[in-house]
Design a protein around this ligand. Sequence first.
Ligand SMILES: NCc1[nH]cc(CCC(=O)O)c1CC(=O)O
Length: 345
Amino acid sequence: MERDDGVERDDGVERGDGVERGDGMTALRLGTRGSALALAQSRGFADALTAATGREVELVEIVTAGDRSSAPVHRLGVGVFVSALRDALAANEIDFAVHSYKDLPTAGQAGLHIAAVPPREDPRDALVAKDGRTLAELPPGATVGTGALRRIAQLHALGLQLTVVPIRGNVDTRVRRVHGPEADLDAVVLARAGLVRLGRAEEITETIDPMLMLPAPAQGALAVECRIDDAELVELLGVLDHAPTRAAVTAERAFLATLEAGCSAPVAGYAELAEGDDGDEIYLRGAVISPDGTRDIRLSRTGTPAEATEIGKALAAELLDLGADSILGTPTESGARTQHLGATE
Ligand SMILES: NCc1[nH]cc(CCC(=O)O)c1CC(=O)O
């Protein structure tokens, strides 16, 4: 059902201030993009929230500028998949939103709060190739599609003489470039988490080792955002917060933010938590790679979860000392080297 405010509800129910339930509680309004992946993520979180707290959740579909346009994502501007959801939150049209964390601009939004970071899905990248092939089994000259500069750069750095083809579109559109009547590529690289959440993990022909392709900061993680003054909801959503995931993502995002790079930059960052002798330890790896793959600056750093932000900042500073800024380019007048764009991945 389409309404004048551009907000589409998933059914005909008039919501306004929420639907009264038999138990006297109103259903929480979860704003979501309409893509298959966004709906799967939102439904998954809604079900987990209902199971943990007993609260009912209604999905409210929001069309974002990124969904409306077919232009290359780097031309669309800041947080192109996110801002319509944040506007709906600020306008009290929805109560909370579930974002792919890696699509969130590194700058937070005044008045909003990330109340939960649920357990992370597998953050690695995945190959979907013809004939069940792995990267190493692709012949020289094989065509591999991907949209993200980070992936393009790391594919080139492998030195496999692959032909990297820039593509965009949702998960289904990208996989159809390999399988299906209009297939024109030998393989595509995309986030394993997206395929897993869509129930399509069997189509993956290789889960790529982070030694070969380091994931994007926050890949595979979700950010659950609500109004900061909605204290009751902040507490309710917090039930599903997963401290180890939050610590890992905090380190990765501090790394990205300190590089002043948006999520369209050729920047990779991946934090793992391991049990050390004195409790948990974060192991953060970071890389900045030139798009042609000829320059690849990567380092790692460890510390405690409480030091997550410091680890990320310090690793970024070390990479900048080694010349990462010359790969990332000159900061623009807004302070960002590349714009803080919405999703390119
Ligand atoms: N907008 C792209 C996007 N945002 C989140 C995911 C995958 C799931 C995730 O990283 O959480 C994807 C698809 C991809 O990178 O292939």
